[in-house]
Every structure is written in C-alpha cells, then in structure tokens.
Design a protein around this ligand. Structure first.
Ligand SMILES: [Zn+2]
Length: 73
C-alpha cells in the first residue's frame, strides 16, 4: 500500500494519523530516483535532466519543438 492510500484510509482517526505521519512521511530527497519529478505531469521515471529540463521523456517528446529543439529522436 502506498503512503497516500494508507493516509486516506485513516484520515478520520487523528491519533493513528499523527503516529503514521510521524514515522512514515516521505522525506524530501537530495538525490536518487525520487529526487526529481517531471514538471509537466509529475512522473518520476524516464526523466530528462539535461540542460535542467526536468521533463519526463513522454512530455519532452510532446514539447520539444515548442522548447526550440529541432532534432530530438
Ligand atoms: Zn511528464
């Protein structure tokens, strides 16, 4: 079960929620897979970090020409 799903299931149990938050809240990452997300859709996989783009590969493909790329595949 993911963090969000568990959180939702104990939303109206304040004591449990507080304890759950204390021990299971995801920390902000400085590096690693979960450090960056796509600025358009929020995906964490297939990220293009080159030139500080921070787009996932799918969104990059959609927006590449708008951003001024002429060749991108
Ligand atoms: Zn994306």
């Amino acid at each position: 079960m993911t963090y969000e799903r568990v959180k939702k299931s104990i939303e109206n149990k304040p004591v449990k929620l507080a304890r759950y938050e204390k021990f299971n809240k995801p920390r902000p990452r400085k590096f690693g897979k979960n450090a960056n997300r796509c600025r358009k859709c929020g995906k964490r996989s297939g990220l293009v970090r080159k030139y500080g783009l921070l787009y996932c590969r799918q969104c990059f493909r959609e927006d590449a020409e708008k951003l001024g790329f002429r060749k991108f595949n």
